[in-house]
Structures are given as structure tokens and as C-alpha cells.
Write a protein that binds this ligand. Structure first.
Ligand SMILES: Cc1ncc(COP(=O)(O)O)c(C=O)c1O
Length: 389
């Protein structure tokens, strides 16, 4: 029987549980739970009926056993309902987990253990690769960075590199996805809730394929200088799952009407964006990027540096360089752009209050966007691995 949400008897000297149920909180706050699940609706109806019996004052601490104890089959059923509710607006096509040692195409089963140290301690690393026209773009380059990050995070590989690569490709094959992204994680593994990884018997590999038919659009955007402290060099150069500073930089940028925040380094030079690198076209038509020694070495930015040589050859650029970029030089550049695998090349038309260049999307940023897109569609085998579905 579902417990009543009315005031529990308080035994002398014994305090009621200080943790009222979620339903009690929602009821006290006048909130109705989201309407998507039958079982949730049923729970709310039960709570409403119960509350008619004894009206509990809003501040009353309530306990009860209205949280059901579920069998594995019931959990699976509820996970199915959660997925069917449309709470996620993404298409998860396949997931690999070394925990179950295989691939699933059922989104409800795409879960990881809560005692995985990546979940509760952030002891994990990740990377991505785009899937374009049935090819994986720059997988080798992303894998190099992934394994380097794992080594810096002291994560022992569960498999050798070629096995990891094969698992990732097999996951894409199983997904049947020809356009989207592959995301993957290496974790120190599940085992306990300690800080030390000594109790983690095996490291874990997870991967997921997300379908996204639409391509990024090189529309101009505004950026904001981030007030969130940049990660120290040791952590900025590795792609660990500790992305709270990055997430807050993105949110801060959005809260201020921009696309993202831009970090400056410990010496005040331009560093990078929340999850993208930054490039400029100087007044002397040089393509300029901050060096990668204190920031993440972006696979897209490095590829842009290579592809941009064509623009030097045809005289549109005077040169290409990686060096310190002051805020003054950046804000007075002819063009500014964000570069990363999610956005490819995105022109920046305003940085804080400063309009960049003409205030419109710059021609070099547009050309670099087209070059990267073309490279993804028909670049050399060194950057494109065909997926044999
Ligand atoms: C902090 C940070 N900088 C730069 C980048 C751009 O890297 P990439 O071009 O490899 O996506 C990312 C992307 O994940 C990032 O998280």
C-alpha cells in the first residue's frame, strides 16, 4: 500500500526523517510532476488522494514509502517509458559498453554504473569523431588525443589501441548511422565510491553514436570574455570529463547574449572557448591561432591550419602562425572565428562590446568552413575511414 503523505507520528525524542519524499516536496511547492509517464501520473493521483485525508501544512516534514521498490523488469519498463516520453531530443543509435561487453541499439539500455569513478569522481576522459557520408572523420587524430588524455589521467587501457578503434567502428556499423557523431569515454572503472582508483578492478570503455542529419551553419556570433577561471595547463591540455568550468563558460556566454565565453590564459593572452579553439585573421591577413601548449590541441583547428595553406598559396592569406595573441590584437583583427568539431568554423562578429572587422561574417572564415566541410566529404584517407555497414 502506498503510504499517506500526511504528518507521521512523532515519537518523543525521535526526529522524523529529514528527507521528505520528492512527491511531498513537489506537492508542498504546488508543483505538478511532468506529465510524461503513466506510472508517474499514477503516483501523483495516489498522493492527491492521500493528501485529502489529512491536510499536511507545507512546512511539515513528511516520510513515507511512496517510492516503489522495483524489479529489474520494472526498471527496464520505466526506462523504456522515460525514453518514449521524448525528454531526450537526440537519436541515440548504438552504444558500446565494456561492462556488458557488447553493443546495444536500445536507448533504454544505454546506461553506465553509478559506482564508475567517472560518474562520481570525474576520473575519466573522452573524445569524439564526426560521421559524415558513412565515413569517420579524423578518428585516428582524435584517438591519439584520447589515449594521451587517458595516460595523463592514469587510466590503464582496457584494450590496445587497435581493439579500441575496432570497437568504435563496429559500434558505428551497428548504428547504421551515416551522419552524426561518435562519442567515447575511457574511465578508470566501477568498483566503489572511494577517491582512489585502487578498488577499480578494470577500466571501462563506453561509446555512443548519435545521429544528426543537419550540418553546422557558419552564422556569425557574439562571444564574451569568460569570468570563469581557466583550467590550469595540466588539465586544459587533456580532455577529461571535468568540464564544469567549460559548461559554466558556455552558460555565461549564453546568459550574456553570446554563443560562448572566451578564456584568457594566466598571462592575459587569448586561450580558447568553452569547447572550441579560436582563430583570427590579422590586419595583415595572417591566419593566427594561440599556441596549443596551455589549451586543448583541437583536431579541427590543426586541420584548419593545414587546409589554410591553400589560401596562402592563392594569396588570400599572407601567412599562418601560432603564437601569443593579445586581447587588443584579437579584438582589432579583421576576422575572428571559433573552431571545433561541433561547429567546424564559426565566424565571430562581436567580442564583448567590440565589433570584429566589418561586423559581418568574414570571407576567410567562410572559406575555411567550406574547406573543412569539403575535407569531411571527400578528404584523403588519412582523415576519412570508410565504415563498412
Ligand atoms: C576545451 C576545448 N577546446 C577546443 C576544442 C576543439 O577540439 P576539436 O576540434 O578536436 O573538437 C574542444 C572540443 O572538444 C574543447 O573541449
Amino acid at each position: 500500500m502506498m503510504a499517506s503523505l500526511s504528518t507521521p507520528p512523532v515519537t518523543a525524542g525521535v526526529s522524523p526523517s529529514p528527507r521528505p519524499s520528492l512527491l511531498a516536496y513537489k506537492k508542498a511547492a504546488g508543483l505538478t510532476p511532468s506529465p510524461w509517464c503513466g506510472w508517474r501520473r499514477a503516483a501523483v493521483a495516489t498522493a492527491a488522494t492521500s493528501s485529502n485525508r489529512t491536510a499536511a501544512p507545507a512546512e511539515t516534514i513528511v516520510t513515507g514509502n511512496d517510492v516503489p521498490l522495483l524489479s529489474f523488469a520494472e526498471v527496464a519498463e520505466r526506462l523504456d517509458e522515460f525514453h518514449a516520453s521524448g525528454t531526450r531530443n537526440q537519436n541515440y543509435m548504438a552504444m558500446y559498453s565494456s561492462i556488458f561487453g557488447g553493443i546495444t541499439t536500445n536507448p533504454s539500455a544505454m546506461v553506465i554504473p553509478i559506482d564508475d569513478h567517472m560518474v562520481h569522481r570525474g576520473h575519466g576522459v573522452f573524445d569524439t569523431a564526426a560521421i559524415m557520408n558513412g565515413h569517420l572523420y579524423e578518428l585516428e587524430q582524435h584517438l591519439d588525443r584520447f589515449l594521451k588524455s587517458a595516460s595523463m589521467a592514469k587510466i590503464t587501457l582496457p584494450f590496445d589501441r587497435s581493439t579500441i578503434q575496432s570497437i568504435l567502428i563496429q559500434t558505428v556499423i551497428a548504428s547504421k548511422c551515416t551522419q552524426g557523431s561518435l562519442r567515447y569515454w575511457l574511465s578508470v572503472g566501477p568498483g566503489d565510491f572511494q577517491l582512489s582508483s585502487a578498488g577499480c578492478a578494470n577500466s571501462a570503455l563506453y561509446a555512443i553514436v548519435i545521429e544528426s542529419p543537419s550540418l553546422p551553419v557558419p552564422a556569425g556570433c557574439k562571444v564574451i570574455t569568460s569570468s570563469i577561471p581557466i583550467k590550469s595547463q595540466q588539465f586544459a591540455v587533456m580532455k577529461s570529463v571535468n568540464y564544469l568550468p567549460n559548461a559554466l563558460t558556455k552558460v555565461e556566454g549564453e546568459e550574456n547574449g553570446g554563443f560562448t565565453g572566451i578564456w584568457l590564459d594566466d598571462e592575459g593572452f587569448v586561450a580558447e572557448g568553452s569547447n572550441m579553439n579560436v582563430g583570427f585573421v590579422t590586419q595583415s591577413k595572417e591566419l593566427l591561432m594561440p599556441r596549443f601548449d596551455k589549451i586543448l590541441s583541437g583536431c579541427t583547428a590543426k586541420r584548419v591550419l593545414t587546409l589554410a595553406k591553400q589560401l596562402v598559396a592563392d594569396g588570400r592569406l599572407s601567412g599562418i602562425s601560432s603564437r601569443n595573441v593579445s586581447v587588443q590584437e584579437g579584438k582589432t583583427a579583421d576576422e575572428m572565428m571559433l573552431i571545433g568539431s561541433g561547429i567546424l568554423v564559426k565566424p565571430v562578429v562581436q567580442w564583448d562590446d567590440q565589433i570584429i572587422g566589418s561586423g559581418k561574417e568574414g570571407p576567410i572564415a567562410q572559406m575555411l568552413f567550406n574547406l573543412i566541410l569539403e575535407d569531411m566529404r571527400s578528404g584523403p584517407p588519412s582523415v576519412r575511414i570508410p565504415v563498412s555497414y
